[in-house]
Design a protein around this ligand. Structure first.
Ligand code: ADP
Length: 389
């Protein structure tokens, strides 16, 4: 089946048109600076150079229209559209074929992720209007985590508040963690039961997966929780928010912007949110970069220990996303923290420039450690194939 996968962020949209059986990608591209001036439209067809054009995208609807106009000109047909939706709220334990009711629920839960769900819903609305005969499938970042036990997902706040505002741990990166489980199981078979999935990119989260079921994850009500990230602070004492507002005079918006956009590696290193710059700075002996690097590994290690405890053990660890797939030094620092558990990595395998799925643990390691490059687009496309009627 040929599927168009649409992955929209708050101000960008990426698309891929792919065959679910061969995984061949026929066309892909991105719209940048949605809602801002001077937009950019990049597009490429298989085997050809990417073309980049100036564009103007006042909103998400304009962006998807440009993509669909462009694809219509290429004459490559598709049989369904898959949409990545950041927040499925309390409704969706699985991806869903979009009906009027599903569409209304995506809007209903949007206050939990206002920068994402409204734009994503606008894209779905346009696709349904333009191609009413095609199935649209919504694939939620949160649904994989909905199987989490109550003991892990509940926030210890007053019940009336929790119920009224649907406050709980939702998690994120669920499609990526689901892919990691699927691939690890395909590759390791019976030996894989308790997986610690480490999605380490600009946004970063860990997930404890036992026999395909999420036991716990590090992101919370929003993707701000958990690990220290490129520009997000991750878990801190929640009273810090009140303290800064009370004593610092910061407004709600200022604290929100500070914790999401000006914290994390960027704040600690003082130079960059990019792990490559931090690693270079650390290797030059820059003390703030060294601290940022060590904090990233330390927080990942302590939170990973909590994830492992939630499954009462671990037999497999996978690394994915920009840092997880590429930065051997972070993988090494992380795995060395678990030597007490019998984790041993093979330094040559860990440092090798080999791409694709690969084992990096040493023979005799108590845990199989792998790098499995994530493929959220494929996961979304295969959900369209599974759910389209
Ligand atoms: P997101 O999708 O969350 O924006 P990515 O998964 O693309 O993020 O990851 C971005 C992070 O990956 C950045 O911190 C970047 O420095 C890091 N990264 C990408 N390539 C490399 C590399 N070759 N070595 C080390 N880090 C890398």
């Amino acid at each position: 089946m040929n599927v168009l996968v649409v992955n929209a962020g708050s101000s960008s949209l990426k698309y891929q048109l792919m065959d679910t059986v061969t995984r061949e990608v026929f066309a892909k591209g991105n719209c940048e600076r949605i809602g801002l001036d001077r937009g950019i439209f990049g597009h490429a067809v298989a085997g050809e150079e990417k073309v980049t054009e100036d564009a103007l995208f006042p909103d998400h609807r304009t962006a998807i229209r440009a993509v669909l106009d462009h694809l219509a000109g290429l004459d490559i047909a598709f049989d369904g559209i898959g949409h990545r939706i950041v927040q499925g709220g309390w409704y969706f334990e699985d991806s869903a074929l979009v009906t009027d009711e599903v569409y209304a629920k995506i809007l209903e839960v949007a206050p939990l992720a206002p920068l994402h769900n409204y734009g994503e819903a606008a894209i779905i609305e346009y696709c349904r209007e333009r191609y009413p005969e095609l199935p649209n499938v919504a694939v939620f970042d949160t649904s994989f985590h909905m199987t989490m036990p109550e003991v892990a997902s509940t926030y210890a706040l007053p019940k009336d508040v929790v119920d009224k505002y649907h406050v709980r741990k939702y998690g994120a990166h669920g499609t990526s963690h689901r892919y990691e489980w699927m691939r690890a199981k395909e590759l390791l078979g019976e030996s894989c039961h308790r997986l610690l999935s480490c999605h380490l990119g600009n946004g970063a989260s860990l997930c404890a997966i036992e026999d395909g079921t999420c036991r716990d994850t590090t992101m919370g009500l929003t993707p701000l929780d958990g690990l220290m990230m490129g520009t997000r602070c991750g878990s801190i004492d929640p009273a810090t928010v009140c303290y800064l507002q009370r004593e610092g005079g910061y407004t709600y918006d200022e604290v929100d912007e500070m914790m999401n956009k000006r914290s994390g590696m960027l704040a600690v290193s003082g130079i960059s949110s990019d792990a490559r710059d931090i690693r270079d700075g650390a290797s030059r002996g820059d003390e703030r970069c060294l601290l940022a690097f060590d904090m990233f590994a330390y927080k990942a290690m302590t939170q990973a220990a909590a994830m492992i405890a939630s499954m009462a053990g671990v037999d497999t660890i996978t690394f994915t996303a920009g840092i997880g797939e590429n930065d051997w030094s972070i993988r090494k620092a992380f795995c060395e923290c678990f030597e007490w558990l019998g984790v041993r990595i093979d330094n040559d395998r860990n440092r090798s420039a080999e791409r694709g799925d690969r084992v990096i643990s040493a023979a005799g390691s108590s845990v199989t450690v792998m790098v499995i490059p994530t493929d959220e687009e494929y996961m979304i496309a295969s959900d369209v194939e599974r759910l389209a009627v």
